[in-house]
Design a protein around this ligand. Structure first.
Ligand code: NAI
Length: 459
């Protein structure tokens, strides 16, 4: 715990050391700014301790379980004998601990003053922690988000993603409420590890924020994996006793489970920290900012999940870096949500960037679309995965959306993000050579098809 000398005025006081906050602090320190970084929990925040990293470790354990289960299909004698959850937890925690040590070391050597404790915004230049005041020319709010629960009491058999990461036993029957990112990732993990899973989603399809072609592919894959789902129906009540939990649905039916995961979205963490009292403008809890992430209070910025939009760690990093550079006078370009890649790490993976076909039609009128099926991709066949790459372009214009489904598709989202962000024309990217045999060729093939010169498919 560091204490600043009374009277110290930092260039920047950052409240919250998650992806947005620590990225801002590190970049600002690199740029020669003095920084106080205030955190009540652990450096790294939700992403490192209760989000991206531990869930992806679980998803890797799930992939290994599937590999063991299916080895004999390709002539390798393997058998899935079950899962030792405490050992999975140790593996998951080991990954988190190593990254946490690395991050702590990095911040310790960067000259940043780390303050442990709960901060409260007093005014546009002051954050109070345990009675001590930290003053900054600028204040950056980066307090993140928390799971929404829609009034359901969390405890016992009813959990959010936070408790779901610490299960010491794998329940037999699990109901997942919410069929978007968190819902389908956990459903995928638990089904691979051997549980019987049913998803309840209020909208008419799984992964409802994605292009419908990805939802269709995911539903087909989940059906094949015996993951149950009920779409177009909301829950009305969740109850539990010693033996089971019961989820009542609005169509009058009920689902019994040993565990219920509530995954109905995350809301901003903006209460109880003096935001309103300090005069900060909020909209249903989100901090209102302009495109340069400035709030209505002079010198106060907000970054990451606290700002309405995509709730993704890499958006938080980008926001944090942007604000540090803005304060340092480097005039960086604002972060545009439409250019931020999205990956859902279930099996099969979903990866997308830019506009869906429907969004593109709404904005541009006519669009051209190509779907390249992974059935034609050698590496996809080797991996025995099904899926597709869909490209959407403004008619006679650039590629504005990339949508992919299939094993490991997240690994090629980088190229997809370049295509969309650089407003690439199919004719420009078609000559780009993709290594053979990689699944990445499917993106190349889709671009060739969109340019009217497909090699392995019909235009
Ligand atoms: P979400 O906001 O993406 O989805 C919530 C889902 O719950 C929606 O599909 C909604 O229709 C459904 N829902 C709402 N009320 C319901 C009801 N009464 N009954 C049934 N269904 C209902 O939120 P989610 O999946 O909880 O994720 C939270 C945030 O965390 C998202 O922004 C997500 O992108 C992010 N995240 C990102 C990951 C990644 O990038 N791989 C992984 C996990 C989370």
């Amino acid at each position: 715990m560091a204490h600043a000398d009374p009277g110290t005025v930092f260039d920047i006081v950052v409240l919250g050391a998650g992806s947005g906050g620590y990225a801002c602090a590190l970049r600002a320190a690199q740029l020669g700014k003095s920084v106080a970084l205030i955190e009540k929990g652990k450096l790294g925040g939700t992403c490192l301790h209760e989000g991206c990293i531990p869930t992806k470790a679980l998803l890797h354990a799930a992939e290994v379980a599937d590999t063991a289960r299916h080895g004999s299909a390709i002539g390798v004698s393997t058998r899935f004998d079950g899962v030792d959850m405490p050992a999975v937890q140790r593996y998951q925690q080991g990954v988190v601990d190593r990254l946490h040590r690395g991050l702590t070391g990095l911040i310790a050597t960067s000259g940043i003053t780390v303050v442990e404790g709960t901060g409260r915004l007093v005014d546009a230049h002051t954050v109070e922690v345990d009675g001590r005041r930290y003053t900054g020319t600028n204040v950056v709010l980066a307090t993140g988000s928390v799971p929404r629960t829609l009034g359901v009491e969390i405890g016992g058999r009813v959990v959010t993603s936070e408790q779901a990461l610490t299960l010491q036993e794998l329940p037999e029957r699990i109901v997942v409420i919410g069929g978007s990112v968190i819902g389908v990732e956990f459903a995928s993990v638990w089904a691979s590890l051997g549980a019987q899973v049913t998803i309840v989603e209020a909208l008419d399809r799984l992964a409802p924020l994605e292009d419908p072609v990805l939802s269709k592919g995911l539903e087909r894959a989940f059906r094949k994996r015996s993951i149950g789902f009920r779409t177009g129906v909301k829950f009305t009540q969740v109850s539990q006793d010693d033996d089971r939990a019961v989820v009542q649905l609005e169509d009058g039916s009920a689902l019994e489970a040993d565990l219920v995961l509530i995954a109905v979205g995350r809301g901003p963490r903006s209460e109880g920290m003096g935001f309103e009292e300090a005069g900060l403008a909020l909209d249903r809890g989100w901090v209102t900012t302009d495109e340069r992430l400035r709030t209505n209070l002079d010198g106060v910025y907000a970054v990451g999940d606290l700002v309405a939009g995509l709730q993704l760690a890499h958006r938080g990093f980008a926001h944090g870096i942007f604000v540090a550079e803005d304060i340092a006078g480097l005039s960086p370009a604002p972060v545009v949500d439409e250019q931020i890649p999205r990956v859902t790490y279930c099996e099969p993976e979903l990866a997308s960037v830019g506009l869906t076909e429907a969004q593109a039609r709404e904005r541009f009128g006519d669009v051209d679309v190509v779907e390249y099926n992974l059935a034609g991709n050698g590496k996809s066949q080797i991996l025995q995965t099904a899926g597709l790459v869909k490209l959407v372009r403004q008619q006679d214009g650039p590629i504005v959306g990339v949508h992919m489904i299939g094993a490991r598709m997240g690994e090629q989202i980088g190229e997809a993000a370049l295509l969309v962000t650089w407003e690439a024309y199919p004719d420009d990217v078609a000559p780009l050579i993709h290594a053979h045999p990689t699944q990445n060729e499917s993106l190349g093939e889709a671009a060739l098809a969109l340019a009217g010169k497909p090699l392995h498919s019909h235009a």
